[in-house]
Write a protein that binds this ligand. Sequence first.
Ligand SMILES: C[S@@+](CC[C@H](N)C(=O)[O-])C[C@H]1O[C@@H](n2cnc3c(N)ncnc32)[C@H](O)[C@@H]1O
Length: 192
Amino acid sequence: MKNTPDAWAKRAKSEGYRSRASYKLLEIDKKHNLISKSSLIFELGSSPGGWSQVISNNKKSDCECIAIDILDMKEVEGIDFYKLDLYSDKFNEKIEDYSNSVDLILSDMSVNLSGIKVVDEEGNKDLNLFCLELSKKLLKPNGTLLIKSFTNSNLLYLKKEFKKLFNSVHIEKPLASKTSSPEVYLLGLVLK
Ligand SMILES: C[S@@+](CC[C@H](N)C(=O)[O-])C[C@H]1O[C@@H](n2cnc3c(N)ncnc32)[C@H](O)[C@@H]1O
């Protein structure tokens, strides 16, 4: 298959995925086997549902998956979706019962681009740090965090913060991620 945005979009359409983002998670999951061994998954920034579909297709039948987005999302079988802003009190209420019980946190979140580079980079850094803090609260010992991040001056700092929390840290650039995009995925395995 040609590695162009169009080719990935065509493939997603023909295979019934809502977005080509699905292939990014499929590739990372194939390499690290994250989904099938989890019993409780939090998915942050899930709309329109491409990653939720991958989770739904690959999770154990009794695995609970809670997906969150500030935007609406059409139902995906086996996924409990909540329309919430991560920075809201309602989200804090939602996570109250899940302390130290989550196997896997996945985040494909990014801010709506303002076009002002420094503003967008800081917004994305805040989302990344939010996920790291959430990991401390929600993940089980040995739990896993996968987040979308970007190759810029913040990445080295984020990687250092990941290394404080996780035994093994990887930077992934899946084939379906545009080569022209600074997007990468930071993966922390085995929470210390
Ligand atoms: C790239 S999209 C996710 C695509 C998704 N992984 C898929 O495969 O369909 C990023 C999502 O993050 C969400 N997002 C960004 N900031 C958020 C916040 N503060 N709270 C909840 N969702 C947020 C956006 O609404 C957007 O839907």
